[in-house]
Design a binder for this molecule. Structure first.
Ligand code: TYM
Length: 328
């Protein structure tokens, strides 16, 4: 790796990767590749915090890497790799679990509370998930972590764990900064704009998956919940559904929200939704064309190369941390 600042981010190979993942995270990574050394991980150890079908998981790991490539991540500039191929991620997690993370820190994590609810039968891994995430980031001396809004609390925890370790044992970790782009940071569900668009939503009308058939996707946009006012206006508080559709429209088309408001002034939701449905369909067709042209064997080679390249970087940080706590 050269002397550029380090970017780290990742997506879990579980559920259906959707427009929220794309607009809130992956799309923003593309522009960063020239200025920074970017590391994009397929975080498969995170995926197994909930039950996965082994065959499906294998397929999903390749799928995420293909989605990175089809989105414009260039393996000549950025490193794409699979988390479980570098054992240092789990080793550092154990160390941080013991010497830095506290039950009280993890008890505050809202994503865990949302996912677990009152169910006591969830895995210990689901509770510990943010510490694994901290290890991902800290192993590579990461400067910046570009994510959607829902991951902010986890990056804040990463900073706390890193500072606590450094203060107690001496400096090992760089303290990373979170990067959240305002537009698209939280794309909401198409069926319920009070909740984020989610891979694990119970209804497929919640999301547009990047691999959705384009006609299906059009149907989902046409069925998206709006209000009865018939005014295309951005107002998150009073018109969350229409505002969410405007955000998607603006990010996919490059038009500003203001331009779109002007374009649909006085025309109700019919044309607005029809045009957005067509835009989404065209986006998916072009995305999937690129996706389908990528061969599994090529993806496997890219992942292998990525792991080889990063293993020694991860190992250096891990050994440094081991040394400090008296394990080497
Ligand atoms: P994951 O796989 O749930 O989501 C991947 C990325 O998509 C963003 N995202 C959204 N953005 C806008 N609107 C939405 N509705 C929406 N839903 C998801 C997420 O914020 C994320 O950036 N724990 C992480 C993966 C991870 C990671 C890391 C990220 C593991 N280790 C280290 C950064 C650094 C996760 O489950 O993301």
């Amino acid at each position: 790796m050269d002397n550029k600042k380090i970017i780290f981010s990742g997506v879990q190979p579980s559920g259906n990767i959707h427009l929220g993942n794309y607009l809130g995270a992956i799309k923003n990574w593309i522009k960063l590749q020239d200025e920074y050394q970017c590391l994009f991980c397929v975080v498969d150890y995170h995926a197994i915090t909930v039950k996965q079908d082994p065959k499906e998981l294998k397929k999903k790991i390749i799928e995420i890497a293909k989605i990175y490539l089809a989105s414009g991540i260039d393996p000549k500039k950025s490193v794409i790799f699979q988390q479980s191929q570098i054992s240092e991620h789990t080793e550092l997690t154990w160390m941080l679990n013991c010497v830095s993370a506290r039950m009280s820190d993890l008890n505050k994590m809202t994503q865990y509370k949302d996912k677990a609810g009152d169910n006591e039968n969830v895995s210990v891994g689901l509770f510990d998930y943010p510490v694994l995430m901290a290890s991902d980031i800290l192993l590579y001396q990461t400067d910046l972590v570009p994510v959607g809004e829902d991951q902010k609390q986890h990056i804040e925890l990463t900073r706390v764990l890193a500072k606590r370790f450094n203060n107690e044992y001496g400096k090992v970790f760089k303290i990373p900064e979170v990067v959240i782009k305002k537009e698209g940071a939280r794309i909401m569900g198409l069926d319920d704009a009070s909740k984020k668009m989610s891979k694990s939503a119970s209804s497929e009308f919640n999301y547009i998956a990047l691999l959705d058939d384009s006609d299906r996707a059009k149907k989902k946009i046409m069925k998206a919940v709006t209000d009865s006012e018939g005014v295309v206006k951005y107002d998150v508080k009073n018109k969350p559904e229409v505002s969410n559709l405007l955000t998607v429209y603006s990010l996919l088309s490059g038009y500003s929200v203001k331009d779109l408001e002007d374009k649909y002034k006085g025309s109700g939701y019919g044309d607005f939704k029809k045009d957005l449905a067509e835009l989404v369909a065209q986006f998916l067709i072009s995305f999937q064309e690129k996706y389908n042209n990528i061969k599994d064997e090529d993806v496997e080679k890219i992942l292998e190369k990525g792991a080889k390249e990063l293993k020694s970087v991860a190992n250096t940080t891990l050994n440094n941390a081991k040394e400090k706590i008296g394990l080497n």
